[in-house]
Structure formats: C-alpha cells, structure tokens
Design a protein around this ligand. Structure first.
Ligand code: PLP
Length: 396
C-alpha cells in the first residue's frame, strides 16, 4: 500500500479552472470578468514605472544576498508602519507596535491567524462572503471558521454584522478587510469601523485587519481612516498588509505583518512568537519586493511617481465602475445596480445566482465565478455597453 493512498484528491481551484476554460473558448465574443489582478486598458498587468526604477536602483546598491534577519527589511517595515498608523502615532514611540516582512499578504495573514491561535483563539470569524483564502488559512491552522453577515442590497449590513459578532466568545478572532472588500467592494464607513472596534473591545475579540488594496478606494491616507478608527476604539489589533496590488508586485511576495497592543510588554512577547512562527515556516522573509518598496518610499521622486501611478489605477477603476453601473441601471431599469458606484476597488459582486453564472458562460461567453464576483479592473470601456446589455438579462 502506498504512503499516498490516504490522500483523496481535493477539488480543483474553481477560479483557475475558469481561466483555463476562457482561454480554450474559441468564440469571437467572450469576456473574462473573473481575473484577480489589476489590468490596464490593454488588458495587461504592467510593471509600474516607479517599480522598474526602484528595482534598478536597489540592485545597483546591493552588495550581498546574505539574510536580512527575522524581520526582513526593517526600512520597509517602518514605511508600512507609517502607512498604517500615520507618522506620529503614540504606539510607535511607546514600543507598542511590531512589524515583520512577510511573503505577501497571505504570509502576513498566516502569521496573524497563527498568533491568534497562540493567544488562545479556537475560532475565527470571517465576513460572509469573503475571499476564499481567509477560511483556507483559518482551517489550515486548525481553527474553526464562523461567518458574520456583511452585505445587504449592495451596502454594508451593519446591524447584521454587529448582531453576529455580538455572539462571539471572549478570545475569538475576527478577520475584517480594509478598504476595497474582496469580493463585494463594499466597505464600512469610518463610524461603522468605530462600532466594530468598540464591539471587539467589549467582547474581548481580537481582530486581524486585512489591508490588501491600500490606495485603491479614495487615496493613501483616506483609505486608512477606518483601520485607524478601529484601532483607536479596540486598542489592540493585528494587521496584514499586501503590496501585491498597489505596487503590482504580485509574484515578488511582498507583505508586512503588524500588531499594535496596549502594553509594550505584550508586544515584546508577541514579537518572539511571530519570529518563532516565521522561522519555522519560511525561516527568513523574501527580500526582493520589500527592497523595491523601501527604495521607492525612501526616494521622494520615486515615491511621487508611484503615487501618481497608483492614483491613475484608482481613477481608472472608478471610471469603469461608473460606466458599468450606468449601463446596468439603464438596461435593467433598476436603481439597485447603481450601488456599484458606491463600492470600492477591483471587485463587486453582482446579484446573480450560481446557475445563471453557468448560463452566462455557456450562452454568452461571460466568465465569472459562481459567486458573481466581477473584476472591474479587467473591463475594457469598449465592452461595457455590450456587457451591460447581456448582464442585465441575468440581473432582473
Ligand atoms: N487579502 C485579500 C482580501 C486579498 O484579496 C488578497 C489578494 O488577492 C490578499 C489578502 C493577499 O494577497 P497576496 O498574498 O498576493 O499579497
């Protein structure tokens, strides 16, 4: 008997299957709405100009490939701390923040959920719906997944979220996404964030704030309002930060794990646990992407260039979103779909049932996952009128 025989085959990744089917589809008219990365008007995911320059500058100055140390690139960590907390947050001066370079936002999520487990959590709440890798990470670390209500009629369902989370037990964990929620594009207001923070504080629930689209909603500073308001109320939080989308560094695996605590002693102890988990998995974090980000953010000219490129991506997504919403409203006659305009970032979730996503694919060549999540950044303006016309048939 083979050692491998206890393993049953896991179901294939639905999104990857969709991409393969799209490529194999020979119809002249087909639309890929399922991709998970930013695309420009040519349907490409280009290397940002600031990234090209930052990378060249970093490589020219590099003298060794020796390990950087458990925290990875400490300049990178300091920049991400400033992104999350702002320049003069007292926690930064009082030793109440920790930060580690991690392999992408997922590496940071893994550290966050792992730390929750070491802090005693047995279950972790995730939004319904959420990005499928959230429950994956929670389950792979041996913790139980619970869901809290998140959206209703295209907007944040605050009452539902608060009602579900108020049944959490002391010591539970919760993952809350920063701006540009994946898959809905729906974000809580700053006041909603405050309420969530107060509830976590009152119930003794530890939150992991997952920031994967910083700068894609309203701008670098504004996009952190919710996270900062939450931290003000909750006092303590874990944060995972991804540079995959806003720097376009996907394959370089560039992320940061951070935590803020009420005492320096608590954070000092947590630091030893994060270092321990990091050592036992990747041992040392990858240096390349973090080095590029640190180079860009440490150089006024490159930073300005990156910020301009980031703004251009954001404005392009906002414009596509508006065009699609207008087209859907005019074709369906339903203002409900106008809610798309108020949503943020790369994704939105259309009110379409799973069977109709299959029908849309088979009959009309529209590829999207069964959840109805569409990537706004993957749209071409010329396709929007036709897409609106087809999609409207499934949305009313
Ligand atoms: N969190 C959310 C909600 C995401 O959508 C993503 C990427 O799609 C990530 C985290 C992390 O991505 P990465 O590990 O590629 O940085």
């Amino acid at each position: 008997m083979s050692h491998f025989s206890p393993l049953s085959t896991l179901p294939p990744d639905a999104l990857l299957g969709l991409m393969t089917a799209y490529r194999a589809d020979e119809r002249a008219e087909k639309f890929d709405l399922g991709v998970g990365v930013y695309k420009d008007e040519n349907g490409e995911t280009p290397i940002l100009s600031a990234v090209r320059k930052g990378e060249a500058k970093m490589l020219a100055a590099q003298t060794t490939k020796v390990y950087e140390g458990p925290r990875g690139n400490t300049d990178f960590c300091a920049h991400i701390e400033q992104f999350v907390f702002g320049k003069d947050h007292p926690a930064l001066k009082e030793g109440r923040v920790l930060s580690f370079t991690a392999p992408g936002g997922c590496g940071a999520l893994f550290l966050g959920v792992g730390l929750m487990r070491r802090m005693g959590a047995r279950r972790v709440w995730v939004s319904k719906p959420t990005w499928p890798n959230h429950p994956n990470v929670v389950k792979s670390l041996g913790l139980e997944v619970q869901e809290y209500a998140y959206s209703r009629d295209g907007a944040f369902y605050k009452l539902g979220a608060l009602a579900d989370l108020s049944t959490a037990e002391r010591g539970d964990g919760v993952i809350i996404q920063g701006s540009c929620h994946n898959p809905t594009g729906i974000d809580p207001s700053t006041d909603d964030w405050r309420e969530l923070g107060r509830l976590c504080k009152d119930k003794g629930v530890i939150a992991l704030l997952d920031v994967a689209y910083h700068g894609f909603a309203s701008g670098l500073d504004k996009d952190m309002d919710g996270v900062r308001a939450f931290i003000e109320e909750a006092g303590e939080a874990l944060i995972s930060y991804s540079c995959s989308k806003n720097f376009g560094l996907y394959r370089e695996r560039t992320g940061c794990f951070l935590a803020v605590g009420e005492t320096a002693e608590g954070i000092a102890a947590a630091t030893t646990h994060v270092a321990d988990m990091s050592r036992a998995t990747w041992s040392m974090p990858p240096a390349h992407g973090a080095g590029i980000v640190a180079t860009i953010l440490g150089d006024a000219e490159l930073r300005a260039e990156w910020e301009a490129e980031l703004s251009a991506m954001r404005l392009r997504m906002i414009s596509l979103r508006e065009q699609l919403a207008d087209s859907l409203v005019s074709h369906t006659g339903s203002n409900l779909l106008g809610a798309l305009k108020k949503q943020n970032g790369m994704f939105s979730q259309l009110p379409i049932c799973a069977e109709d996503t299959v029908k849309a694919r088979e009959v009309d060549g529209i590829y999207m996952p069964s959840s109805g999540r569409i990537n706004i950044a993957g749209l071409h303006p010329d396709d929007i009128p036709r897409l609106g016309e087809i999609l409207a048939r499934y949305l009313v």
